[in-house]
Design a protein around this ligand. Structure first.
Ligand code: GLV
Length: 428
C-alpha cells in the first residue's frame, strides 16, 4: 500500500490500513510481526502462554459450548455484498458513541479478572483502548481499582469513552459506592449486566476448582472500595492488614457479593437508573445481556439509554439462541427507539461489519483482546486491536464502503437459519 495515499488527509482517524504495510515492511528492518492474528492461531498461542487455569477460564463456555458454537455459526448465514468503483479514497472508520467521537464502531467488552491473563491486569488493556480512541468497558469483576484503570485509559475528552460495567450487589450502599467511584474515575456510561447473577456451569472450571477469587486473587476492585472495606471491618477484617486466610475470605466475600446468585428484577431498575443519573449528572445507562424482544421492549420502556444484545459470549446459558440472530429480531422490534450494541462471537472485521449491517450501532470484542493480552501483554492487545482496525479499514476500502453509516441491510445477503450444530466446540 502506498504510504502517500491521499486517504490519510481525508479522514479523522489514523489510516489504520497502513498497519498492513508496517507488518509487510518489517522484514526490511530486521523485524518480524509480533504474532499471527488469525483467530484460531491466536487462540492456540494464548493456550500455550497461559497457565492451565488461565486457559480454562479464558476459553470456558456454559455447558457443552453449544451457545458459543451457535454464535459463530450465525455469522456464516450472512454474506457481505461488495460494491465496486466507490471512491473509498475518502473513507473513515470514525463514528460516535453516546456523543463521544470514537475511532471505529469497535469497543473492548467488559471482561473480569485480567490478572489471570497478565500480572498488570486491566491496566495495559485500558491504556491501549485509550490510545486507540476506542470505548473500554471495565468489569465490576476487574482486578484493578476503578481509579487506576480510569487513569490508565486517560481522558476521553478528545476521542474514546470509558464505560463502567456493573454487576449489581444486593447492597445498595455498595452499588452507590461503585457507581460514585466510576463517575469520579471519569467513566462516562454505565452498562448493567443482567445475565450473570452467578457463573454458569462450566465443566473445566468446576472440575479444577478454577475460581481465582476463592484463592485470594483478583479482588482489588472490591478491596479498594470504601463501603466494601466497611463490610469487611464489620466481619473483623482490616483490609490493610490481612493474613493470607483473611485475604482469601475477603476476596471470596467480594465475589460473593457481586456474583451472588440472587436475581434482580425489573422493579429495581428505575432505582438504578435514577441513582446513576443523579450521580453522573445524566450520563447514559444501558442494559447488557438482552436476547429476547420482550426484554428489549421492557428495557426501552424502563428508560435505559441503550441495549447490548449479548449472550455473554456463550458463557452463561448453554443451548441458547445465537446472539446475532437475537440482534436481528431486536433491531426489527426496537431499533428505531434505542441505541443497540452487540457482542458475542465476534472474531473478525467482517463479523463487525455483519453486526453493523444487521443494525447494531456498535460492536464489542472480548476474547480477541484477552488472547492478545495473554500472549504479549500491552503489545499483544495493541497488535490485536490495531490488526482488527486495519482489517476493518481495508474491508471498507476493498468492499466499497466509505463510512460506517454506509453499512446497512443492503450490504449483506442473509440465508435461512438452517443450523446443524457441530458435534464439537467450533474452533472459531
Ligand atoms: C464473567 O463475566 C465470566 O464470563 O466469567
Amino acid at each position: 500500500m502506498d504510504p502517500k495515499s491521499p486517504n490519510k488527509d481525508r479522514r479523522s482517524t489514523p489510516q489504520y490500513a497502513m498497519y498492513q504495510r508496517d507488518n509487510f515492511w518489517a522484514v526490511n528492518e530486521g523485524l518480524v510481526p509480533p504474532f499471527n492474528t488469525e483467530p484460531g492461531k491466536l487462540e492456540e498461542l494464548a493456550k500455550e502462554k497461559l497457565t492451565e487455569s488461565g486457559w480454562y477460564y479464558a476459553s470456558s463456555n456454559a455447558g457443552l459450548s453449544h451457545t458459543h458454537t451457535a454464535n459463530r455459526q450465525a455469522f456464516y448465514r450472512h454474506r457481505i455484498i461488495p460494491r465496486m468503483l466507490v471512491d473509498t479514497n475518502a473513507r473513515d472508520t470514525a463514528t460516535t458513541f453516546f456523543g463521544h467521537k470514537v475511532a471505529a464502531p469497535i469497543g473492548f467488552a467488559p471482561i473480569g479478572i485480567n490478572k489471570i491473563y497478565h500480572p498488570l491486569g486491566e491496566l495495559p488493556v485500558a491504556k491501549v483502548a485509550g490510545e486507540l480512541g476506542l470505548p473500554y468497558c471495565l468489569s465490576t469483576a476487574g482486578s484493578q481499582p476503578i481509579e487506576d484503570v480510569g487513569k490508565a485509559y486517560g481522558s476521553s475528552s478528545s476521542s474514546g469513552c470509558k464505560v463502567f460495567q456493573l454487576y449489581m450487589p444486593h447492597d445498595d450502599e455498595m452499588t452507590v459506592s461503585l457507581l460514585k467511584r466510576a463517575v469520579e474515575g471519569g467513566f462516562e456510561a454505565c452498562f448493567l449486566t443482567v445475565d450473570t447473577w452467578q457463573l454458569a456451569w462450566r465443566h473445566d472450571d468446576v472440575n479444577t476448582s478454577n475460581y481465582a477469587f476463592y484463592k485470594g486473587i483478583g479482588a482489588d476492585l472490591g478491596l479498594s472500595d470504601p463501603v466494601f472495606q466497611k463490610r469487611l471491618r464489620e466481619r473483623g477484617i482490616d483490609v490493610n492488614n490481612m493474613t493470607q486466610e483473611e485475604k482469601v475470605n475477603a476476596s471470596a466475600m467480594w465475589i460473593d457479593s457481586i456474583w451472588h446468585g440472587r436475581a434482580w428484577s425489573w422493579e429495581k431498575m428505575p432505582w438504578l437508573i435514577r441513582t446513576w443519573k443523579e450521580l453522573s449528572g445524566g450520563k447514559p445507562i444501558c442494559i447488557k445481556g438482552i436476547q429476547d424482544v420482550r426484554d428489549a421492549e421492557k428495557a426501552v420502556k424502563t428508560g435505559f439509554d441503550g441495549i447490548v444484545v449479548s449472550n455473554h459470549a456463550g458463557r452463561q446459558v448453554d443451548g441458547a439462541v445465537a446472539s446475532l440472530d437475537a440482534l436481528e429480531r431486536i433491531v426489527n422490534a426496537v431499533g428505531d427507539k434505542t441505541y443497540i450494541m452487540f457482542d458475542s462471537g465476534v472474531r473478525s472485521a467482517s463479523d463487525v461489519f455483519k453486526a453493523l449491517a444487521i443494525g447494531a450501532k456498535f460492536v464489542f470484542i472480548g476474547r480477541l483482546w484477552v488472547w492478545g493480552l495473554s500472549i504479549m501483554g500491552e503489545h499483544g492487545v495493541r497488535h490485536v486491536m490495531k490488526s482488527l482496525l486495519a482489517e476493518f479499514d481495508i474491508l471498507l476500502n476493498v468492499g466499497g464502503f466509505k463510512t460506517v453509516k454506509k453499512i446497512d441491510r443492503s450490504a449483506i445477503e442473509s440465508y435461512e437459519k438452517n443450523y446443524q450444530l457441530l458435534p464439537e466446540k467450533s474452533k472459531l
